[in-house]
Design a protein around this ligand. Structure first.
Ligand SMILES: NC(=O)c1ccc[n+]([C@@H]2O[C@H](COP(=O)([O-])OP(=O)(O)OC[C@H]3O[C@@H](n4cnc5c(N)ncnc54)[C@H](OP(=O)(O)O)[C@@H]3O)[C@@H](O)[C@H]2O)c1
Length: 505
């Protein structure tokens, strides 16, 4: 990191800029690289957050030259950049863009990549530092990691750092994630490994820590004495798009419960870290993940569903089994809900209901703390029939912000109480726009700040929750729900059995 001698070291508001370095993207022609990574690189450059001595290297099979790659990168960045387009920013970046052609099993191609990195050290002063982004099919991780090991590209030394970014899925179960972790750790040192869970790059998710630990208002009620239950929802209105091959093998629980939703649970339930550092935050999250318990009666408290043909926003939506590339008898779930416990003093007895699904009525991700009802209501003789529960809802996306729901008197001569909502919207309170998750996370990789990246032990603890669920579901058929509905009826019954109901966000 470059430090400014005129800067007061206590002033953390000034942006940090990484040291000279290169970013190497394997799978540069893929979907993720085009939609997210290349636009994020441009946005960082546009915000002045990339070092002056920076190089971007793409690696893929097609026979391109540097100019072809620069043209693709420009088009991708232009299409999806968050910040305004400035040609001069792009021109500066384009001068340091390189393309290396080859297949992952091609030794010569990796030798050429190592040589290109060496050349850039001289021509672009990148100081030997490099981050390698594995934006590739997971089956390719081993061969690429071994190539990096063979060529010595993975070795950090006191003079230079070498880091690797691993995309989810981190394995498909506990055993395969252990295997992957062992492989990654045999090539890179643990502190140089960055596992991307892009949810952690979202502003609202980070705000969860600010909300809890920078205020005195919420923490006293953030426990089982006051909280009745927690609902964590990740609803998507879209189907599986063109990703049938991937989704058929994966399903909702492996795709998002194992990572995004359990990470949200960990941040909601964790204790205050000793300090705001990668080590301490990850330690607290890991403690929570290890304390997560599945219900004994999985038949009652875990539900999987699959969408059938229906209507969404006035449009007919195809059923999952009719999607292109999906087995007409597929038993892959597109909806998963489960009741988890967190076996700690703070949360004993509080159910954490997690649900994720595709083709639900709207796209929303939120964490809702539902509070216990007041122990005594002196309104028995009034018009108030039933008071709702107080709720604190953290909206991760869209309309990032927070809502506090509580009862209030309806104006008039009778004492009628009705639920009202107090809203905080990021877009209204702050003039600064939130960076994209990938923008923030890429910058953190280059800065070497691992706070927002799960450690391998977290990944393994999460699989230890999901594995028994998957095992229980093996050979079963998911419950149908119509596209445009909030999941299968069994999911509603799961909460109703305990006198609760899902929020309708
Ligand atoms: N797409 C998303 O929104 C998303 C979201 C979350 C996580 N991810 C993860 O991100 C990673 C990449 O996903 P993606 O959707 O971008 O995949 P993708 O579109 O299939 O792209 C795969 C890339 O890998 C390259 N590749 C594949 N086999 C190769 C080989 N043998 N030698 C050299 N290059 C090879 C392809 O290059 P060629 O051009 O040469 O074929 C292509 O650039 C995956 O791990 C995925 O799970 C993706």
């Amino acid at each position: 990191m470059i430090t400014n001698p005129l800067r007061d070291p206590r002033d953390r508001r000034l942006p940090r800029v990484p040291e000279p370095c290169a970013l190497v993207v394997f799978g540069i022609t893929g979907d993720l690289a085009r939609k997210k990574l290349l636009p994020a690189v441009y946005d960082l450059a546009n915000r002045g957050l990339l070092p002056t001595n920076f190089a971007l290297l793409g690696f893929a099979r097609r026979g391109w030259g540097d100019e072809d790659f620069a043209a693709l990168a420009r088009e991708a960045a232009r299409k999806a950049a968050r910040t305004p387009w400035r040609e001069e920013v792009w021109e500066r970046l384009a001068g340091s863009v390189r393309f290396v052609q080859g297949s992952f099993d091609d030794d010569n191609a990796f030798d050429a990549l190592a040589a290109t990195l060496g050349e850039l050290e001289g021509s672009h002063g990148i100081g030997g530092n490099a981050a390698f982004y594995l934006s590739i099919p997971p089956a390719m991780f081993p061969v690429v990691l071994k190539q990096m090991q063979r060529t010595g590209m993975a070795d950090s030394t006191p003079e230079r750092w070498r880091r690797v970014v691993v995309e989810k899925p981190f394995g498909t179960d506990l055993a395969s994630s252990r295997e992957l972790n062992e492989l990654v750790d045999s090539v890179f040192t643990a502190e140089d490994v960055f596992r991307i869970d892009h949810y952690l790059g979202k502003e609202t998710v980070q705000n969860l820590m600010a909300l809890r630990f920078a205020n005195s208002l919420f923490e006293p009620v953030w426990n089982g004495h006051h909280v009745d239950s927690v609902q964590i929802t990740m609803a998507e209105d879209v189907g599986i798009g063109g990703r049938a091959a991937f989704y058929e093998q994966t399903g909702a629980a492996r795709d998002v419960l194992q990572n995004h939703l359990l990470q949200l649970l960990a941040l909601t339930a964790m204790e205050e870290p000793v300090e705001f550092s990668a080590e301490e935050i990850r330690t607290e999250k890991l403690k929570v993940l290890r304390a997560v318990s599945l219900p004994e009666d999985l038949a009652r408290f875990a539900v999987r569903g699959q969408y059938e043909q229906g209507w969404l926003a006035g449009q007919r939506a195809t059923g999952y089994r009719q999607e292109e590339g999906v087995d007409p008898h597929s038993t892959t779930e597109t909806y998963a809900a489960v009741r988890l416990g967190v076996e700690t003093r703070r949360w004993a007895g509080v159910p954490f209901y997690l649900r994720a699904g595709k083709r639900l009525p709207r796209r929303v991700t939120e964490i809702a703390l539902v509070f216990k009802r007041a122990p005594h209501l002196p309104f028995a003789d009034t018009d108030t029939e039933e008071l709702g529960s107080n709720q604190l809802v953290i909206r991760v996306q869209p309309d990032e912000g927070m809502t506090l729901k509580f009862g209030s008197k309806v104006p008039g001569s009778v004492m009628e109480v009705r639920d009202v909502a107090m809203d905080f919207l990021y877009g209204e309170q702050f003039t600064e726009a939130s960076p994209e998750a990938y923008e923030r996370l890429l910058l953190d990789v280059l800065l070497g700040d691992a706070t927002l990246f799960p450690r391998n032990a977290e990944v393994e603890a999460s699989w230890a929750v999901i594995d028994p669920l998957e095992e229980f579901w093996t050979g079963t058929t998911p419950q149908p729900y119509r596209a445009g509905e909030w999941g299968p009826r069994a999911a509603d019954e799961m909460l109703a059995a305990e006198g609760r109901r899902w929020r309708r966000p």
